[in-house]
Design a protein around this ligand. Sequence first.
Ligand code: NAP
Length: 307
Amino acid sequence: MKDIYDVVIIGGGPGGYAAALYCVRAGLDTLVLEKLSAGGQMATTTQVDNYPGFDEGIDGFELAEKMQRGAERFGAVTEYAEVTALDLKAVPKRITTSAGEVQGRAVILATGASPRMLGVPEEAAMRGRGVSYCAACDGMFFRGKTVAVAGGGNSAAEDALVLSKICKKVYLVHRRDTLRATKSYLGPLEKAENLEFVWNKQIDGLQATDGQLTGISMTDRVTGERSTLPVDGLFVAVGRVPDTDLVRGQVDLDAEGYMIADETTRTSVPGVFAVGDARTKPMRQIITAAADGATASKFVEEYLQQL
Ligand code: NAP
């Protein structure tokens, strides 16, 4: 890692690496800071079927590696380090990481999002003791067992399908009587013989023996009736929260914590751009994150020319 780059991209998901590819091809000295491994949320998806160009779909981890290699082929540099502090108003901008300090004439924030918690008592303590937020990562620990998936969006649908191939029984527990997931999930979900929908139920408690999950308690949102369901695992897939704590107080955020940026990806701070799931936008997908990355490069170039 050098002392200063034209552009420092924080986050190595599809938004970050698309930005890196476009910036480096525009002749900008480009650094990507990634704390773990490329791909972000995408890397925990076993089958990506809605990113064009892969006629049989592709594993999310593999797609992430391809995106990283694609940007590095032209000279983008990846540093595996955690960003601990930012001074975005400084010129150039200062970034403190676990691997030292670096400066960027421009910064692209591609920090993504993390799973939202269900909000039941003892949830945090039960994480890793039967409660999980990633079916692709933890599903194998529940081979032949009974699990519940909480949620009604694309993540819940996807997780339920992944788990139906591993587990003995999967309950898809949703607080309403229709899924908000994309229609293409419905056929496969209905076909899975070991999958059962549990409608109109709000999960409001966890049961455990010796610190290990044994069941969930639920309230019917129509009748008010209370019930329990014995399960070995609970996979929570009830949405995402943007990873924007680092920039709070520096970049304008909306009420839910997303960085406010329009289609130019410009934020409230000159020279700071926001791409992907962590910015305000109507659709959060791999393809829209990648599109943001490409767009950001154009406005980064424009900003750097004015410096
Ligand atoms: P989401 O679309 O926001 O859905 C969250 C689901 O959780 C909703 O069904 C919601 O219920 C439910 N929920 C929220 N809070 C809850 C609570 N406290 N208790 C019980 N249920 C609760 O979130 P997501 O499925 O994680 O997806 C996030 C984004 O990633 C979306 O834009 C999605 O399209 C995208 N994504 C795309 C794919 C794909 O294209 N293959 C795959 C995964 C994710 P209500 O329906 O009642 O609001």
